[in-house]
Design a protein around this ligand. Structure first.
Ligand SMILES: [Zn+2]
Length: 399
């Protein structure tokens, strides 16, 4: 079925189709094809319209081999006519973003000589990729000011179908890939582009353009921007964030960045101090533990069950002890976060295989881990008590 398209006139939101068929695609999604439609199918950087057909949700509209597929949430009631309705809020937002893109691209081209390579209209933010490696803050301000000026002048946005011959009269912003059935979108003296998208009838309806940020993309630059109602939404969201930060940091807006940097610096210094104190604490603890060493099978052994230390500190502690005393064996079992952690090591003067011992014990706690002959670590589930695990470690090491 060849579908007559209404999106030519962007303001048609309700329509009636007289012939319709329902299909399912390769992915088992059901879709409707109509004899005519006002739904805009995904294309040209613009997402499709949504809405309803006889009250059934239209989720997405795609053009596949010239066929306009209306993907629907369920089967259509068996009626003679199909009454279509487009989600106007979404459509108008897309019209604003799309026209805003024409204007912004024209601004970069006209004021700075940077051409637009591609356009994307996202759920929240739109982007254009410019054929330039770098943009200065001044470039951004110049283009944004020019674009908002074009909006304020409330110029007409007109569309016209032209052939190749007629096309020669216009100075197009971008070369076209097609040579027939060309739809020109014209903003007098500002922009002449071949485009199949939806646009409002005047630039004033775009309301405003705001460039949010730029992003380097190899030899191109991506410009993130919003138009229309999205500008005030964006401002409201950002204002809430700024307000929140000024409250938290107790400084006025203009000093936020300084204050945040200061807090970060301070917390790095604190971290350093904490690390140093922790090292000292571990040294003291190591000395005490060494004094509590007992003889097992004629071997000096340090054992500890701890819920205070994490894996990292247990390892540090063991290493301090082994450095201090090369003829000792260390067994630590840590209990934290619903886990059992094991650290075992021995001084360089003795030759027990700690990795082997650990591997014998790990199955008792569904554990994983490993290491070398002189030092090994692992962890598992607390299905045996820490005391039992210690006993098993001693057994595995000295038998
Ligand atoms: Zn367009």
């Amino acid at each position: 079925m060849t579908t007559k398209l209404f999106y030519e006139d962007s303001y048609i939101t309700n329509f009636t189709a007289h012939t319709w068929e329902q299909f399912t695609d390769e992915a088992n999604r059901s879709y409707i094809v109509l004899d005519q439609t006002a739904f805009y199918p995904t294309g040209g950087g613009q997402p499709s319209d949504t809405g309803t057909l006889n009250g059934v949700q239209v989720l997405e509209v795609e053009e596949v081999d010239g066929e306009i597929r209306h993907y629907v949430a369920g089967p259509l009631p068996n009626q003679e006519y199909v009454q279509g309705q487009i989600n106007w809020k979404r459509r108008f937002d897309h019209m604003q973003q799309h026209a805003g893109q024409h204007i912004l691209s024209a601004a970069f081209e006209d004021q700075l000589g940077f051409s637009t390579v591609s356009f994307h209209l996202g759920q929240e933010v739109c982007t254009i990729d410019l054929d330039v490696a770098q943009l200065s803050q001044e470039d951004i301000e110049v283009a944004e000011a020019f674009a908002n000026d074009v909006i304020q002048q409330n110029l007409p946005i007109e569309t016209k179908w032209v052939n190749e011959e007629e096309l020669a009269q216009y100075s197009l912003r971008k070369q076209l890939a097609v040579s027939e059935n060309i739809r020109l979108v014209m903003i007098p003296n500002v922009d002449y582009s071949g485009c199949g998208g939806t646009h409002p009838s005047s630039t004033g309806q775009v309301r405003a353009i705001s460039i949010l940020k730029i992003e380097k993309q190899k030899k191109q630059t991506r410009v993130h921007f919003v138009c229309g109602k999205r500008v005030t939404n964006e401002l409201r969201t950002k204002q809430a964030v700024v307000q929140g930060l000024t409250n938290v940091l107790s400084v006025p807006e203009s000093k936020l960045v300084d204050a945040a940097e200061r807090v970060l610096l301070q917390s790095k210094e604190y971290e350093k101090t904490i690390d140093e104190l922790n090292e000292k604490l571990l040294s003291f603890e190591a000395k005490e533990l060494l004094q509590s060493a007992e003889l097992i099978h004629d071997q000096k052994v340090v054992q500890m069950i701890s819920s205070q230390y994490g894996m990292k500190d247990l390892q540090k502690l063991a290493k301090i002890i082994l450095k201090e005393e090369p003829e000792v064996v260390v067994f630590f079992v840590g209990e934290s976060d619903q886990k059992l952690q094991i650290v075992c090591g021995r001084g360089e003067e003795i030759d027990q295989d700690m990795n082997l011992a650990l591997k014998k014990v790990l199955p008792f706690i569904n554990g994983k881990g490993g290491g070398k002959k002189d030092f090994a670590q692992g962890g598992g589930d607390p299905i045996r008590s820490a005391e039992e695990v210690l006993i098993e470690l001693v057994k595995a090491t000295f038998q």
